[in-house]
Design a protein around this ligand. Structure first.
Ligand code: G6P
Length: 584
C-alpha cells in the first residue's frame, strides 16, 4: 500500500499536496517522496522517515509549481531505503512515476530491460524504464504509458509526470485512484479526503482507466482506447472530518464520535438492511468476509445470523479459497470493509462473481462498494487512525440489524438501539474514564495481557486484544473463557493479568471460569456492568441489549488508546502497519 496525490492546474500545487499527503499518511509511512515540475526539469526529493520529517528536511514548502506528485510509502517490494522511496525516474530523468500496488512480473520485465540503469530494489522502477523504452522508440507519452501498463501483471495504480508534457498521466487497475475536479485545476489521489478541502466533485475511476490530466481539462480512456464517461459525484463529507480538531490523535477523536454515530442510526434509512435481510433469509449459506477488525465484525455478524436461524459463517478474506468446492449459487456473501479496498477480499471476488453480494462498507466509492448488489454504507465518516474503531461498532450494528430483521425482530432491534443510546450517557463518565486510566497504568509495563470472554464477548475480547497489540505493542491474546481450561490455564500465575468481558447472558459461566483463573493467582480486570468479588480491578460498562458489544468495544478501544498514550507511542501511525492493505 502507499498513498499518492498529484495536482495539475493553475494554482501552486505544493500547498495542496503538502496537506494532501499528510492526510494520506495512514496508507503508509516508511518514506516520503515527490516529483515537482520545474523550468530546469523534474525535481525529485525523497527519503525514509515520516512525511513531515522528510518535508522539513528538504523544505518542500519552499518550492512552487503548478504540477507535482507526492507519495508516501508502505514498503512491499524492496526495503525501507531512500533509493526505494518513490517517485522513480527513467535513465534520462525525463519522467517520474509514483506507484501504489505490486508488479507481479517485475523480475522478467527487469531482465528484458537489461540495458537500463536501475537504482532501487523496487518493482516500481520497472515502470519508469518500460515507459522510457517506448519513448526511445518514438512513442508519445500516452502510448508509452499504455504500453507499459499492458505489460505489467498485478494490482497497480500509478501517476506519471513527463517533463515534456503539460499533462499528468495516470492509470488505475486494482489499487484505488480517484479524480478530484477543482476550480483551478484537478487532483488525482488514492482517496477523496486528501483533497476534499478544495473540491467535493470527484470521479471514481474504474480499473483499466487511463486519465490524462491537463491544467484545465481531463480525459479518461480505457486501455482499449475507448472514451470512458464516468459520472461526477458530489461527496458529502467535509474537510473538518479530516482534521483532529481539539483531540490529540485521530484514534481518540474517532472513539469519541461513536456515541453520536450510534444516535444517528436511530434515523438511518434501513431500506437496504431490509433488502439484505430478505437475501440472507433465502440463502442456502451466508458467508461474511472481512480482514483484521472487519473480520471480527464478520464473526459478530455470523453469530447473530446463526442465532436468528440463518446458516452463516465468517471467513477471513483469503481463506475463501478453501471453500471454493462447496460454494453454491444460492449462497449469499456479506463483504465487510472500512476501506473497501482490502486485497484479501478483492482477490477472491472472482470465486463469487455469480453470487449475490451485500456490502457493509464505509468508503462508498471503493472497489468493493462498486461490486456488491446491495450496499449498506455504514456512515462512519472518515476514519483516519490506522487502528479501526468506529467502523467496527457501526458494522457490528448493521450486521446485527440484518440478522434481527431477517428473523422479523426489526422492532426489537430498534428498541435495543435506543436503549443502548440511553445507557451510553452513563458509559463515558469520569469514574469510568479514571478506572480505565488506572488499568492502563497497571498494564503499560506488561509484556502480555489476556482478554477473556464467552459468546459475543469473546469476539469483543478478540477486538480488544487486537487494539492493544496494534497501538501499544503489548502482546495481547484473546481466549474464549470456556476453552481456557484446555491449555492456556497453564500460563496463569500471580504476574498475569486477564481482562474479562462480562455481560448478562454469559455471566454465571464466565464468573465460574474467572474463579479458575483466580484460584491460580491470576489478576482479573473486570469489564462488566456489575462489579464482582472475583475482579481485582473494575471498569464499569453498560447494558445495550443486542448492542452491548458496542459498550464493551468502546471501553476496550479506550484502554488500548490510554495505554499507548502512557507509553508515549505514535498512536495514529503504529509501527509496521497501514490502514488500507492493498497487497496480499
Ligand atoms: C488493515 C488495518 C486494519 C483493518 C484491516 C481491514 O489491517 O490496519 O485496521 O481492520 O486492514 O481493513 P478494511 O478496510 O477492509 O476494514
Amino acid at each position: 500500500m502507499c498513498g499518492i496525490i498529484a495536482y495539475n492546474g493553475q494554482d501552486d500545487a505544493i500547498p495542496y499536496l503538502l496537506e494532501g499527503i499528510r492526510n494520506l499518511e495512514y496508507r503508509g509511512y516508511d518514506s516520503f517522496g515527490c516529483a515537482i515540475d520545474s523550468k530546469v526539469g523534474i525535481i525529485i526529493k525523497k527519503d525514509i522517515g515520516k512525511v513531515d520529517d522528510v518535508i522539513n528536511k528538504y523544505k518542500i514548502q519552499d518550492f512552487s509549481s503548478s504540477k507535482a506528485i507526492f507519495h508516501t510509502r508502505w514498503a512491499t517490494h524492496g526495503g525501507i531505503k531512500a533509493e526505494n522511496a518513490h517517485p522513480m525516474v527513467d535513465c534520462t530523468h525525463r519522467i517520474a512515476v509514483a506507484h501504489n500496488g505490486i508488479i507481479e512480473n517485475w523480475a522478467e520485465l527487469k531482465e528484458s530491460l537489461g540495458a537500463h540503469r536501475f537504482v532501487s530494489d523496487t518493482d516500481t522502477e520497472v515502470l519508469s524504464h518500460l515507459i522510457e523504452e517506448k519513448l526511445n522508440d518514438g512513442a508519445d507519452i500516452q502510448s508509452a504509458v499504455k504500453d507499459a501498463f499492458n505489460k505489467i501483471k498485478g494490482s497497480s495504480s500509478f501517476i506519471v509526470l513527463d517533463k515534456q508534457s503539460d499533462d499528468l498521466i495516470a492509470v488505475k487497475k486494482g489499487s484505488p485512484l480517484v479524480l478530484g475536479i477543482a476550480k483551478n485545476g484537478n487532483f488525482l489521489s488514492s482517496d477523496v479526503p486528501s483533497f476534499v478541502r478544495h473540491t467535493n466533485k470527484v470521479v471514481y475511476l474504474s480499473d483499466s482507466d487511463m486519465v490524462v490530466l491537463g491544467k484545465k481539462n481531463y480525459t479518461i480512456t480505457n486501455l482499449m482506447n475507448r472514451d470512458v464517461n464516468h459520472d461526477v459525484s458530489t461527496v458529502n463529507f467535509s474537510y473538518q472530518q479530516a482534521e483532529k480538531g481539539d483531540y490529540e490523535h485521530f484514534m481518540i477523536k474517532e472513539i469519541m464520535e461513536q456515541p453520536g454515530l450510534m444516535k444517528n442510526l436511530e434515523s438511518a434509512d434501513l431500506k437496504n438492511v431490509v433488502r439484505a435481510a430478505e437475501l440472507v433469509k433465502h440463502a442456502k449459506q451466508v458467508y461474511l468476509m472481512g480482514a483484521g477488525t472487519s473480520y471480527h465484525a464478520a464473526m459478530l455478524g455470523a453469530k447473530v445470523l446463526r442465532e436468528n436461524g440463518i446458516n452463516a459463517v465468517a471467513v477471513q478474506g483469503q481463506d475463501l479459497i478453501t471453500y471454493r468446492k462447496v460454494i453454491s449459487a444460492e449462497d449469499v456473501f456479506i463483504l465487510i470493509s472500512q476501506s473497501g479496498e482490502t486485497a484479501d477480499i478483492i482477490n477472491v471476488l472472482p470465486l463469487i462473481y455469480k453470487n449475490q453480494k451485500i456490502g457493509v462498507i464505509n468508503s462508498e466509492g471503493s472497489t468493493l462498494a462498486k461490486d456488491v448488489d446491495v450496499l449498506i454504507p455504514i456512515g462512519a465518516g472518515l476514519e483516519k487512525a490506522v487502528a479501526s474503531t468506529k467502523s467496527f461498532t457501526l458494522s457490528g450494528v448493521y450486521l446485527t440489524f440484518i440478522g434481527m430483521f431477517a428473523a422479523g425482530r426489526g422492532e426489537e432491534a430498534i428498541r435495543d438501539l435506543k436503549l443502548m443510546n440511553i445507557n451510553m450517557y452513563n458509559l463515558l463518565v469520569p469514574s469510568v474514564l479514571s478506572a480505565i486510566d488506572k488499568v492502563a497504568e497497571k498494564i503499560k509495563g506488561l509484556e502480555n495481557v489476556f482478554f477473556l470472554g464467552r459468546d459475543a464477548n469473546y469476539i469483543t475480547a478478540l477486538e480488544g486484544a487486537l487494539k492493544l497489540k496494534e497501538v501499544s505493542y503489548i502482546h495481547a491474546e484473546a481466549i474464549d473463557a470456556a476453552t481456557f481450561k484446555h491449555g492456556p490455564l497453564a500460563l496463569i500465575s500471580d504476574k498475569v493479568y486477564a481482562a474479562a468481558v462480562v455481560s448478562e447472558v454469559t455471566r454465571n459461566d464466565m464468573l465460574y471460569n474467572l474463579q479458575e483463573v483466580k484460584a491460580r493467582g491470576g489478576n482479573i480486570i473486570g469489564i462488566s456492568d456489575k462489579n464482582e468479588n472475583v475482579f481485582d480491578m473494575f471498569i464499569r460498562t453498560q447494558n445495550g441489549g443486542a448492542f452491548t458489544f458496542v459498550m464493551h468495544a468502546i471501553i476496550l478501544q479506550l484502554l488500548a488508546y490510554k495505554t499507548a498514550m502512557l507509553k508515549g507511542l505514535d498512536i495514529d501511525h503504529p509501527r509496521n502497519l497501514a490502514k488500507t492493505v492493498t497487497v496480499l
